[in-house]
Every structure is written in C-alpha cells, then in structure tokens.
Design a binder for this molecule. Structure first.
Ligand SMILES: NC(=O)c1ccc[n+]([C@@H]2O[C@H](COP(=O)([O-])OP(=O)(O)OC[C@H]3O[C@@H](n4cnc5c(N)ncnc54)[C@H](O)[C@@H]3O)[C@@H](O)[C@H]2O)c1
Length: 418
C-alpha cells in the first residue's frame, strides 16, 4: 500500500501512462450521483435483473452503461475488463490504469458489482464466469458487449485490429493533438488480410461464444437481451471511409450479422432478443492518435460549446440506453432503424451539427484551425485528461493518495491476469 503525491501524469508520446486515483474516484462518484438523479425512481422492468457487461472497466461506454443500469434498479452487475495492477519503478509509479481506480471506486461504493479482470477472449475467462454464476444460481438478463480491443488471441493465433480504409488510401486533413494544427495526412488502405484480422478482433465471433456459453449452461434468463455497441457515424465522407466503410466498419457489419442471428436464436430458445446499438462518438483515449477523428471530435465539441449541436458523454448515453430498454412502454421499439439497430446516435447525426461540421471540413486547410475547432480541441484535451483522473475540479493534486488500492476477492474482484 503506497501513498504518493502525483501532480502530473507520466506519458509516452501521446499515451498517458499514469492515472490519478483520487481524480478517478471523484469522477466515478459524480457519475453515480448523476445516474441516481436520472433514475430517481427505479424502473420497474429493470428491478432485480443481472447484467453481464463485457468491457466494463474504462471511463468509456461499458462502465457508464453499468452505472446507469444499476441506478435504474439492476440487482447485480458482472463486469469483465482488461486492467493490470499499478506498477512501480523503484519508488515511482510507472504505470497505472484509470480502469483500476474506477473499478475500485465502484466496488467501494456498491457491493452489487463483481468484476473479472481478465481477457474476455479467453475460454478460461468464460468458463470461470459461467462456473461462478452457476454456483450462485444467478442467470443473466442482459449482455452488454462493449469490448474495444487492439488484439485478440484465439487458439494460439493472434490478430490485430486496424483503422485502415478499404480501397484507395484516404487523403485527409487531420488535427494534430500536440501542435493543434491541421495537417495533410494519408490513411493507408488495408489489404484483405488486415480487414479479416480486424473482423476477428472487433467483429461478432467473441460475442457469439459468450452468448452460446450462457445458452448452453442454462444461464440465459427468460427474455435475455443481448446488446453489442457499435458506431456508424455521419455521412461526412472521410469519416465514413475510415469507420463504416473501412476495416473497422467491416467488423461492425459482422457484429450486425451476429446480433441478427442471435436475435433469432434467443427468441426461439428463451423468448429473448439481440440488437446492435449505434452509439454516438465520444472522447476516448484512442481518438488522440487518430488525427481525422480528433478533428471531427474537436469540431463536435466546439459546436456543442457554441450551441450548434449537442454532445452526450458516455454516461448520458448509458442513461439513454437504460431508459430505452427498461423505460415504461418499451421505448426501444421506437428507436430501431430499418436494420433493427437501436439508434442512440440521434444527437450526433442531427442536421444542424453535421452541416456545421461539413462546412468546417470543406474549408479546412493545413495550418491554424478555425476558432470553433480550436475551442473544441481545448475541451477535448480537458475531457481526455479526465479519462485518466487528471484536471478534475476539486481534486487536490498536491496531496498524497493511495496509488495501489487492492482489487481482489475481498473487493469482489477476480483477477485472472498473470
Ligand atoms: N468511443 C466511441 O466514440 C464509440 C462510439 C460508438 C461506439 N463505440 C463502441 O463502444 C464499445 C466500447 O468502446 P469504448 O470507447 O467505451 O472503449 P474503451 O476503450 O473505453 O473500453 C473498452 C473496454 O474493453 C476492455 N477490454 C479491452 N480488451 C479487452 C480484453 N482482451 N478482455 C477484456 N476486456 C477488454 C477494456 O478494459 C475496457 O473496459 C466499442 O464496441 C466501440 O466500438 C465507441
């Protein structure tokens, strides 16, 4: 147990290596309070239910959705995420993940959470989760698939996902996080093997295995709902090419095909359903290193600040998700698109916002970005720092805090990572 004063993050290039424990704790408390306000009264159809949230540990969509579900009345949240313990070099903190501190804070606040720190792709993880659920006699009412992974190992093979385009390379003006300048860049094209590898990491194979395991072991509750989070994004051509029409989009289309097949299986087996959920773009650690996405997100946040559009953070989207699935009158039915996907990305796709962003992209040239992009980038930087517990208002960064809180059985955490 080590207490340290951490006044600034360690970083390697654009990647933040150390999170701030107190910053993460304060942020998670604020999320809990917001979700509590959103669900002053529990939702009758959420009460008593158990969710399995795969990818539950970062300040991204998984944890936010889990928090909203719990505050809406879910009885238990079983999470899986890949987080390693804080590591030291001598006396100094060398590495610590926000997910470690977030998980600690959530588990301190509420004993309804159980989290597996483990590789969701590994059969041993599935086996262990299933074994524990069986022992407790607890079946799953809702699966939220929110894993975002750079690689997957399966039967001794390793695949890496990529954000490459399909067809010709893409020439685009992106935004540089460090310099704050717009710059020309080329996104290379993926070969068919890279597309296939991305599909194997971010497509539906793993989701299908989790759901099959729940069905085969009799742990899929009557009416079990399976949701897989996805992104389609706006029509803006460069973004469409990078995501929906790119290697990642191919994987996401595979998710669509997987949820469609699961929908039929679940309806037959347990009277349940499966659907893809199209979430809006949010500030994430990954977008820092993707200049085109950084530009788009900065424009989006700039528009939000200027009253030309509305940005929803992951918690707001988690609240929307919970309300859609468990609110009175089955609101989700009204939110399905023609392909049967739940659309929670309405704010992002609204015409005023997209027209403003499209105009900025038509005019954008390498060099100083327009004022709206600049203010958006400043906000992006703040929100990005907060993903790691930095720049959180009210936190005293001059005080010492415990930097290696325990996450083990007493905290209802099963750590399967060597
Ligand atoms: N970020 C966005 O803007 C955005 C927009 C729409 C949809 N989505 C989708 O939402 C989902 C979640 O994205 P996010 O931005 O919240 O990601 P994130 O990086 O914040 O979280 C990913 C989670 O997956 C976990 N994870 C990664 N590899 C793992 C492994 N091998 N085993 C177990 N857990 C593992 C991480 O620990 C973390 O809990 C993805 O499907 C993504 O495509 C994201």
């Amino acid at each position: 147990m080590t207490e340290l004063i951490l006044d600034s993050p360690r970083a390697r290039g654009l990647f933040v290596l150390t999170a701030h424990p107190e910053g993460c704790r304060v942020l998670s408390e604020r999320m809990l309070a917001r979700a509590e306000r959103a669900f002053e009264k529990p939702l009758a159809s959420a009460q008593g239910k158990t969710a399995l949230v795969l990818g539950s540990t970062s300040f991204g969509y998984g944890s936010s959705t889990a928090i909203a579900l719990r505050k809406a009345g879910f009885d238990a949240i079983v999470g899986v995420g890949f987080e390693t313990a804080p590591a030291f070099r001598g006396e100094k903190l060398a590495m610590s993940s926000p997910g470690w501190y977030l998980t600690h804070a959530l588990h301190q606040a509420d004993d309804a959470y159980r989290t597996y720190l483990a590789d969701a792709f590994a059969p041993a993880t599935r086996d262990r989760v299933i074994e524990d659920l069986k022992r407790e006699g607890r079946s799953i009412d809702l699966v939220v698939y929110s894993v975002a992974a750079p690689r997957r190992t399966h039967l001794g093979e390793e695949w890496n996902s990529s954000l490459l385009v399909v067809g010709d390379p893409l020439e685009v003006v992106g935004l540089n996080f460090k310099s704050g300048q717009l710059e020309d860049l080329t996104v290379p094209a993926a070969d068919p093997l890279a597309v296939e590898h991305t599909r194997r990491v971010m497509g539906g194979d793993d989701l299908e295995m989790w759901v099959s395991a729940l069905l085969h072991s009799g742990l899929a509750a009557e009416g079990m709902t399976v949701t897989a989070l996805s992104y389609i994004g706006p029509d803006l051509e460069p973004l469409r090419r990078m995501y929906w029409d790119g290697a990642l989009g191919d994987a996401k289309k595979h998710i669509d095909a997987t949820t469609a097949a699961l929908n039929t299986r679940l309806a037959e087996r347990v009277g349940g359903k499966a659907m893809t959920v199209m979430n809006p773009a949010v500030v994430t650690a990954a977008s820092v290193a993707i200049p085109a996405m950084l530009r788009y997100m900065s424009d989006y946040l700039g528009c939000d600040d200027a009253g030309k559009g509305e940005y929803a953070d992951p918690l707001q989207v988690g609240i929307d998700f919970t309300g859609a699935l468990y609110g009175e009158g089955e609101p989700w039915r009204e939110l399905l698109d023609d392909a049967g996907r739940l659309r929670l990305d309405g704010r992002e796709l609204r015409a005023e916002l997209q027209d403003t962003i499209a105009a900025l992209w038509r005019e954008g040239k390498p060099g100083e970005p327009p004022a709206l992009t600049r203010t958006g980038l400043e906000r992006f930087k703040r929100e990005h720092a907060m993903l790691y517990g930095w720049q959180v208002e009210g936190v005293d960064y001059g005080s010492p805090y415990l930097v290696d809180p325990e996450l083990a059985e007493p905290q209802r955490v099963v750590n399967l990572i060597e």
